[in-house]
Design a binder for this molecule. Structure first.
Ligand code: UDP
Ligand code: MG
Length: 320
């Protein structure tokens, strides 16, 4: 018996993109169903992440199409960002699916990689990561920053798959395990490896966005990058402690040196060196406080344990 597959797709202001995506996915899913790779009650679940345009109306229209039962959707009560929307979709779809694949609405993730993911699933994998085989469609800037970022995460002790965004297959079992992770600050691609289980990767080419525009401008990307580090690693705090110890040792050495040179009669006039060290230390202290503050902020948010998302409408449940 083939397993039931749910594709989970977060959408924020994707009214232009959705009809194109839906058309491509319908062809793909009909093919997979016809080949018996997935069961005939497999679906595509769109998650409307509080869009300001007509995304929800488009989703409803797709859901109501008489020719197919393929499309369904949930509507979040407000915009919660890609990671939360994705989690909302996974948490809802796991009620109906055996396997779940998360992907973006803009067809940048090559949907033909689904076949490869399903093959790995058939071999017994619980998680299959989609990995970009090249970054040709990215600017040199994004390529380089991404690479250094992965390196840095690795250095911070975070287990992460290089060039894997959130295009991945997870079994219901793996998603159920993910549900046990109660953190409010989400960085899913760093959390999923902690689930464990048998996993593998599938390579794919990432395409250009066909319509609409990226919802990840530089500012949001930076915020997401900081989130990735601070929600998964405490190394920055340790680094600052080490830096503090190092600077203290240097100052002791300096003190001894000054006392010694003074004893031999040469006075230090260095106004410049004094003022520079004052500034340098002030800066470092501010940096340290900032990093610690970032973590305290995280703890503050985690202790509140607010819901990560609120589902307003679930089309799977509104209709008999
Ligand atoms: N997205 C979302 N909520 C947001 C921002 C984005 O659900 O607040 C969705 C968006 O509709 C898309 C996916 O997240 O399906 C990835 O966004 P995008 O393609 O804009 O990012 P990029 O590929 O440029 O990194
Ligand atoms: Mg995109």
């Amino acid at each position: 018996m083939a397993e039931t597959l749910y594709l989970v797709i977060p959408c924020y202001n994707e009214e232009e993109m959705l009809p194109i995506t839906a058309k491509a996915l319908m062809k793909k899913m009909d093919g997979l169903i016809a080949e018996g790779k997935v069961s005939s009650d497999s679906k595509v679940m769109f998650v409307d992440d509080g869009s300001k345009d007509n995304t929800w109306e488009v989703i409803q229209k797709l859901h109501d199409m008489p020719q197919t039962n393929l499309f369904t959707g949930i509507k979040l009560s407000r915009n919660k960002g890609h990671q939360n929307a994705l989690l909302a979709g996974l948490m809802t779809a796991r009620k109906y699916a055996d396997i779940l694949i998360s992907m973006d609405a803009d067809l940048q993730d090559d949907i033909n990689a689904i076949d490869g993911m399903l093959e790995k699933r058939a071999e017994g994998c619980e998680i299959v990561y989609g990995v970009r085989s090249s970054r040709e469609t990215d600017t040199a800037f994004k390529r380089n920053t991404a690479r250094s970022y992965y390196k840095m995460l690795e250095f911070m002790g975070v287990e992460i798959t290089y060039d894997h965004a959130d295009y991945r297959l997870m079994s219901k079992r793996a998603v159920d395990a993910l549900a046990e992770f109660k953190e409010v600050n989400l960085f899913l691609r760093g959390m999923v490896p902690m689930v464990g289980y048998k996993s593998d990767i599938v390579k794919y080419e990432r395409n250009e966005r066909v319509a609409g525009e990226s919802k990840y401008p530089l500012k949001k990307m930076l915020a997401f990058a900081v989130e990735g580090i601070t929600s998964l690693s405490v190394k920055p705090i340790r680094f600052i402690t080490a830096l503090g110890v190092f600077i203290f040792v240097i100052s002791v050495i300096m003190l001894i040196y000054f006392l010694f040179t003074k004893a031999f009669g040469s006075t230090v006039k260095g106004w410049a060196s004094t003022i520079t060290s004052v500034w340098a230390l002030g800066g470092l202290q501010m940096l340290a406080i900032g990093v610690i503050g970032e973590y305290i902020g995280k703890i503050y948010l985690e202790t509140k344990a607010r819901p990560k998302f609120i589902v307003d409408i679930n089309l799977e449940e509104t209709q008999a």
